[in-house]
Design a binder for this molecule. Structure first.
Ligand code: SF4
Length: 352
């Protein structure tokens, strides 16, 4: 069986390719002041993307690293962004958040615990002072990639609807489809009914050779977006109109930043957090000496994230004796595996 048959295995290869080669067609020796962060399975309540690429300014990314590896959620961002350079009573410097001050106080205490804000008591009053300015522009661009190794007509139809949603909303700067490279003169994905705004990346997962089959258009992230909330089914008796709602640019900007913060925290190696590395059959296999891929010794292949869960009939806990020894990469116990992947994620966050 093709080891990258499943979308999950293919998705991990796409993430790896992106980590090494993004942006496509740019001279890699140019290096310089750009940096990228890759994550997977993130988005909004209504739409989750397979792979997310954050294109960042390298210096700004280092400034973001001062705030730690964990995400800053909306409440924390409200506090660290508005904290002044001098000690001030928090209600005098923070704009009213539009919700109870109680949540603001909780966020202040959390920021204090994390060491990203100076906090002191003056009588009954909580005073705050910023440690560093929050780098508002640490993310320049957000790119979303959908992975479909086998893009047949029906897969393209389903994907087309999702991509139309992305294009209308304009939350990501670019949307792409990554599909398996066929080697044909014209990639078959180009004949499928996908929005012209979406780019197509033809990827050979085994060798990690990628080629742009179609370049995307940049989406209008700074303009109001249109969220498609309902579509007519398109049947003969259905003459209803699609329903939309508008999303203002400020709302989009905050949503993008929220996604970026989560992407920064999770990265793409977080797959191990939803799998069972504590199963005795779970292994991390080094691919081409570098990429660590999950492998199930029982199934003799990369398991999907859904398979490798608490419902797996073949799950067997690792023997307690394993936990007392230092194991090598392949076949190691769960904790060591998690640590290894966390270390790799950390290495991709300059300044941490
Ligand atoms: S046997 Fe099941 S739980 Fe264990 S590694 Fe394989 S897929 Fe995961």
């Amino acid at each position: 069986m093709d080891r990258y048959q499943s979308e999950f295995a293919f998705e991990l290869r796409t993430c790896r390719w992106v980590e090494r080669h993004w942006p496509p067609d740019v001279d890699e020796s140019a290096g310089g002041d750009r940096a990228i962060v890759v994550a997977r399975q993130l988005g909004t309540k209504r739409r989750r993307w397979d792979t997310i690429v954050l294109e960042c300014d390298a210096d700004a990314l280092r400034e973001r690293a001062r705030f730690g590896a964990k995400r800053l959620d909306g409440d924390l961002r409200h506090v660290v962004r508005n904290a002044p350079a001098e000690w001030t009573y928090y209600r005098d410097c923070l704009p009213h958040p539009g919700y109870s001050w109680r949540y603001v106080r909780e966020a202040i205490h959390e920021a204090d615990d994390r060491g990203v804000l100076d906090v002191r008591k003056s009588g009954n009053r909580i005073e705050i002072r910023r440690k560093w300015p929050y780098p508002e522009q640490w993310v320049d661009r957000v790119v979303a990639i959908e992975n479909k190794p086998d893009l047949d007509a029906s897969a393209a139809r389903a994907l087309g609807t999702q991509l139309e949603y992305d294009v209308a909303l304009g939350l990501a700067d670019e949307v792409w489809v990554a599909t398996r490279k066929t080697g044909d003169r014209v990639e078959p994905a180009l004949f499928e009914d996908l929005p012209v705004e979406a780019g197509i990346l033809a990827l050979e997962p085994e060798t990690l050779a990628g080629e742009v089959a179609w370049y995307p258009r940049s989406l209008a992230v700074d303009e109001p977006g249109t969220r498609i909330t309902e579509r007519p089914t398109g049947g003969r008796r259905d003459d209803s109109a699609a329903r939309f709602e508008y999303v203002d640019p400020e709302n989009k900007r905050e949503t993008r930043l929220g996604i970026a913060e989560r992407a920064y925290e999770r990265g793409w190696r977080s797959f191990v957090e939803t799998m069972r590395p504590d199963c005795r059959h779970f292994e991390l296999r080094a691919r081409a000496g570098t990429q660590l891929e999950p492998y199930c010794a029982e199934k003799e292949r990369c398991p999907t994230a859904a398979e490798c869960s608490g419902n797996c009939a073949e799950y067997e806990p690792e023997p307690p004796a394993w936990r007392t020894r230092a194991w090598p990469i392949e076949g190691g116990p769960g904790k060591r595996i998690q640590q290894l992947l966390a270390d790799r994620r950390r290495r991709r966050r300059p300044g941490l």
